[in-house]
Design a protein around this ligand. Structure first.
Ligand SMILES: NC(=O)c1ccc[n+]([C@@H]2O[C@H](COP(=O)([O-])OP(=O)(O)OC[C@H]3O[C@@H](n4cnc5c(N)ncnc54)[C@H](OP(=O)(O)O)[C@@H]3O)[C@@H](O)[C@H]2O)c1
Length: 307
């Protein structure tokens, strides 16, 4: 089968398409999935660049790809929830950039029928992350004010939709065409971060969800009410500023699981959540796809189509 590999760390020119054997069932709970689409996530790029050597060490050659969708083609003897032929979402963690992926059934969900394969490959990391930040860590409640930094991005767009559906007042930062996208996803207020200063416009926020990191994170302390929370999925926030502003501030690692996806899937069925696919590439264009994502200005998810 065709698979994408990094043979070493480096720029996107280390990305190769190789021929490797199709995985075979190893364990009684395994399912083998023929991949139709695979999500491209910033962590795939961070791993390739060697930025995750401590937090997320990998062995080379390495096949990236934390989420995919496809069709089950083989199952282990003790698989209870799935049959051959089922169309599924695969929460792969790695190995999604390939024609087939092997996975324990616990990391597989039936694909909602209303979703195409490319849409189904776009929601796992985004919804799981949004749910982890807003509700598991953020304890967001109806009527509270939430600011989503990067509200037209892949994770941020899911946060805007989940927060809105929960009855929060949703403020998003975005730029370019992302401003209209964030509005269309339900943000009550959108701040163009390239031309406006969020710290001068927004205050009294209960929860800030930071999906952008960088120096821009420091300003986010200023919009919080005392006792509020700043949760970042990118970099740990300053504890000195947290003390100064009397807020809780920390990094959140997302839980990408069928449990954290359920709320988003229910909202999709109710017409209150839509997957946003920004652009699709072919599997063999994985390097182009990662460069497109790394360049910024991407609204929604980048997807590799596999066939
Ligand atoms: N901790 C976890 O478990 C976890 C889970 C998922 C993702 N992540 C991380 O979260 C980050 C976002 O992931 P993603 O998939 O959502 O990426 P993405 O689609 O590229 O979204 C990033 C967003 O940040 C915006 N942004 C960039 N600079 C900004 C600034 N100065 N102010 C406000 N917004 C700014 C971008 O807007 P423009 O394009 O308009 O500049 C973009 O919409 C990545 O670093 C990823 O690795 C972590």
């Amino acid at each position: 089968m065709k698979a994408i590999q990094y043979r070493t760390y480096g720029d996107s020119d280390v990305i190769e398409q190789v021929e490797v054997p199709i995985p075979t069932i190893q364990n009684e709970k395994d399912v083998l999935i023929q991949v139709k689409a695979a999500g491209v996530n910033p962590i795939d790029i961070k791993i390739r660049m060697g930025f995750m050597k401590t937090a997320r060490p990998v062995e080379m050659p390495f096949t990236p790809g934390g989420e995919a969708s496809g069709v089950i083609v083989a199952i282990g003897d003790n698989v209870s929830a799935f049959s051959v032929g089922d169309e599924v979402i695969a929460l792969t963690k790695t190995n999604g950039y390939a024609e087939y992926v092997l996975l324990n059934e616990n990391f597989v969900l039936l694909k909602p029928k209303s979703l195409s394969f490319k849409e189904a490959a776009s929601i796992g990391v985004n919804i799981g992350t949004a749910q982890s930040v807003l509700f598991t860590a953020g304890k967001l409640e109806k009527g509270q004010k939430v600011l989503i930094q990067g509200g037209a991005g892949a994770a941020g767009g899911a946060m805007v939709q989940l927060a809105k559906a929960a009855g929060a007042y949703v403020i998003a930062t975005a730029s370019g065409s992302g401003v209209e996208l964030a509005k269309s996803l339900g943000a009550d207020q959108v701040i163009d971060y390239k031309s406006q200063d969020v710290a001068h416009i927004v205050d009294n926020v209960d929860l800030v969800a930071d999906t952008a990191g960088g120096e821009a994170q420091e300003k986010l302390f200023q919009v919080l009410k005392p006792g509020g929370k700043l949760l970042s999925i990118v970099i740990p926030p300053s504890q000195q500023l947290a003390e100064q502003y009397k807020v809780e501030a920390r990094f959140v690692a997302s839980d990408i699981s069928s449990r954290t996806l359920q709320n988003g899937i229910d909202l999709m069925a109710a017409g209150k959540f839509r997957p946003i696919v920004s652009k699709t590439f072919k599997l063999e264009e994985a390097a182009l796809a990662q460069d497109f994502l790394a360049a910024g200005g991407v609204n929604g998810k980048v997807i590799l189509l596999v066939d």
